[in-house]
Design a protein around this ligand. Structure first.
Ligand code: 1GP
Length: 247
């Protein structure tokens, strides 16, 4: 339970966390050394691995190669059970609680449980809440669920509270990969003040400013996927502008 305890410890000291999300299908293998160097020189505290749909058969290989050169904890962030790899350190065991598709609420979890039981992975039950973000995202398409409207704060907050009461250890507010609009900071603030568990925010965050705004709103961990995928030097551009240690 080390990874989760570490996240909780950071929350209690208000030290912020940052995850780089790598989609195995979008790795530029020819640039792997740059990828590793840039992760090591970035302020990232975690690496997440996954995507809504992943076709690559190289998930194990990706994780093993990362582990050989990167010290950060590697957490699976799977769109479905085919993305489970025993090589990772842990898994965000997601339930898509903003939607009402039983496969993504409990079905995939039932299928994965026997594999996870013997995997040795640290399992972190996480309430996954999809927020409308100005266009259809892959999560919406693949899960065949509707996101919650951006202005429906009460519903989002109640969903997060119910998830905490049902045993979720984290809340993940998701705008969707490559989202036009990130989750509104006012909504992040609202959720953070109404649950005690750590809150992750991701989707459509593309600048240091936006990352800092999410932290200021109370996000414990911010996820950056597309912006890093498009430019492995993303963090190099504003290394000193992030308030990771200070907020
Ligand atoms: C997607 O929250 C993550 O699941 C990250 O989104 O790719 O837009 O950074 P981006």
């Amino acid at each position: 339970k080390e990874i989760y305890q570490n996240i909780v410890d950071h929350k209690s000291t208000k030290t912020k966390l940052l995850a780089i999300l790598l989609d195995p299908d979008k790795i530029d293998w020819s640039q792997f050394d740059t990828l590793v160097d840039q992760i090591n020189n970035s302020p990232a505290t975690h690496v997440f691995i996954g995507g809504s749909l992943v076709f690559s058969s190289r998930i194990d290989e990706l994780i093993l190669r990362l582990k050989a050169q990167i010290q950060l904890p590697i957490l699976l962030f799977p769109g479905d059970p085919s993305q489970i790899s025993k090589k990772a350190d842990g898994i965000l065991f997601l339930s898509l609680v903003s939607g009402r598709n039983p496969d993504f609420l409990i079905g995939h979890q039932v299928k994965s449980a026997p594999i996870l039981k013997s995997s040795g992975l640290e399992i972190i039950p996480t309430a996954y809440i999809l927020i409308e973000s100005g266009g259809q995202t892959a999560v919406e398409r693949v899960s065949q669920t509707k996101p919650i409207a951006r202005e429906q704060h009460e519903l989002v907050v109640a969903t997060a509270m119910a998830s905490e009461m049902m045993g979720s250890k984290m809340v993940y507010l998701e705008a969707g990969s490559g989202a036009k609009c990130a989750v509104p900071t006012s909504l992040v603030k609202n959720v953070v003040t109404n649950v005690d568990i750590p809150v992750i925010v991701g989707g459509g965050i593309t600048s240091a400013n936006e990352i800092n705004e999410m932290y200021a709103a109370g996000a414990d961990l911010v996820v950056i996927g597309t912006a890093f995928e498009n430019d492995y030097r993303f963090f190099e551009h504003f290394q000193n502008e992030l308030n990771i240690k200070t907020l």
